[in-house]
Design a protein around this ligand. Structure first.
Ligand SMILES: CC(=O)SCCNC(=O)CCNC(=O)[C@H](O)C(C)(C)COP(=O)(O)OP(=O)(O)OC[C@H]1O[C@@H](n2cnc3c(N)ncnc32)[C@H](O)[C@@H]1OP(=O)(O)O
Ligand SMILES: O=C(O)CCC(=O)C(=O)O
Length: 377
């Protein structure tokens, strides 16, 4: 792996998640943050949506960020005009490539589809824009037709072709095969765009990269249409830690970024969410906590600080003696083996009642109660 460009689409596909609506300030703040941690490219929105969206995109365009900025467009001249009016220098032009999409959007008239693509690419190029093309629903397209469209896009002057698994129906093996063939057939770079309908968006994004895609679409927290997209934090950490490739992103700020997008989108992150979920570096189970206290690598794939977290050891239903003693020692308390077992039994009972792990103070209260009942009992 020599190069992987991260083209983050939180501000476009991320915002397409039902119910998510960023305002101008939020869009600007997210764009600035992504840029500041080294994300290479940002798909900043859809100018054709109208004046308000155009104002937000123009405001991002005026920031003078280091990241390349792309506006998303249909193969429609007025969409490209809207992108130009925002001051963008790069456009992504999307065209459906599967039979099902062409039937629904172009009454099955694929020649008309291609003509619209040709006209919009040439309109954009004539105005000095850098052009990328997206094959919407590439994963369900007839392979020969997909190749034809990609070749035409290349011939007509596009600088990149996006392979889209629009409804998230591929697995990593098929993604690899399909993307690899496309990469081999084209001179221009291929980008991989995946969806999470079967929970495979990140795995498929990695398969696309392994197959030779030079750039990958991500969204923060995996936000996006339906079940979302490949998560930025997952893709960046997976290529860093599994493939040993550093994409140049400041990973220590991934948690802060996740929180910014969670707040702006109103979509909270589940505790078990990879990389940024609250439980990713929390240990409660006795066997795990015992191991982590000896050596954190026993149960952590990398150090929490690498993504902005701190490790948490919490006492709860599954905890054991070692974790309990560790907590109590910090408060100057040592228990006998027998006392520890009484306290652990009480912790289990209370955790089940409260349906959570316990705070340090709650554990200390249980210690007092156990000691008192045994003193008088
Ligand atoms: C897979 C994806 O994520 S694609 C991106 C999806 N994102 C969005 O739709 C969010 C932003 N969209 C919008 O704000 C609106 O849909 C707009 C402004 C783009 C268009 O709005 P409207 O003119 O009201 O049309 P509407 O959304 O109802 O229908 C889409 C139209 O675009 C056409 N269309 C869809 N994709 C394409 C394409 N890639 N190229 C050309 N035309 C297309 C449809 O055939 C339909 O055309 P019609 O109006 O002639 O029947
Ligand atoms: O860029 C494109 O062509 C469509 C991208 C997209 O959001 C998708 O296919 O899911």
């Amino acid at each position: 792996m020599n190069q992987v460009l991260i083209n983050d689409t939180t501000l476009r596909d991320g915002e397409q998640a039902a119910g998510v609506a960023f305002n101008l300030q939020e869009k600007v703040a997210i764009a600035k943050f992504l840029d500041s941690i080294g994300v290479h490219e940002l798909e900043v929105g859809i100018p054709a949506m109208g004046e308000e969206e155009m104002r937000a995109i123009a405001a991002i365009s005026d920031l003078g960020l280091s990241a390349n900025l792309l506006g998303w467009n249909r193969a429609v001249i007025s969409d490209i005009q809207a992108s130009l009016a925002c001051g963008l220098e790069r456009v992504h032009i999307s065209i459906p490539v599967s039979g099902i999409q062409i039937a629904a959007k172009f009454h099955g008239q694929w020649r008309v589809t291609l003509q619209q693509l040709k006209d919009s690419i040439s309109f954009a190029l004539d105005r000095g824009l850098w052009v990328a093309v997206g094959g919407e629903d590439s994963s369900r397209a007839d392979d020969n037709f997909l190749f034809d469209v990609a070749h035409y896009a290349q011939e007509w002057g596009a600088s990149r072709f996006r392979f889209c698994d629009t409804v998230g129906i591929l697995d990593p093996f098929t993604t690899y095969t399909k993307v690899n063939r496309l990469v081999a057939a084209l001179m221009i770079p291929v980008e991989i765009h995946t969806h999470n309908d079967f929970g495979l968006a990140t795995a498929n994004a990695l398969a696309g990269i392994k197959a030779g895609a030079m750039s990958v679409n991500t969204t923060v927290n995996g936000l996006g249409e339906r079940a979302g997209n490949a998560a930025l934090e997952e893709v960046v950490m997976a290529i860093k830690r599994i493939y040993g490739f550093d994409a140049g992103i400041d990973t220590q700020r991934l948690l802060e970024l996740s929180r910014l997008v969670a707040a702006a989108s109103g979509c909270s992150v589940p505790p078990w969410k990879a990389i940024v979920g609250e439980n990713t570096f929390a240990h409660e189970s006795g066997i795990h906590a015992h191991g982590v206290m000896q050596n954190p690598s026993t149960y952590e794939p990398f150090a929490p600080e690498e993504v902005g977290w701190e490790r948490r050891l919490v006492v709860g239903k599954h905890s054991g003696r070692h974790l309990l003693s560790n907590l109590l020692l910090q408060h100057g308390i040592t228990l006998s083996v027998e006392e520890s077992q009484y306290v652990l039994d009480a912790v289990r009972k209370q955790s089940v009642q409260k349906k959570r792990s316990l705070s340090a103070q709650e554990v200390l209260n249980l210690v007092k109660e156990v000691r008192y009942s045994h003193a008088i009992g």
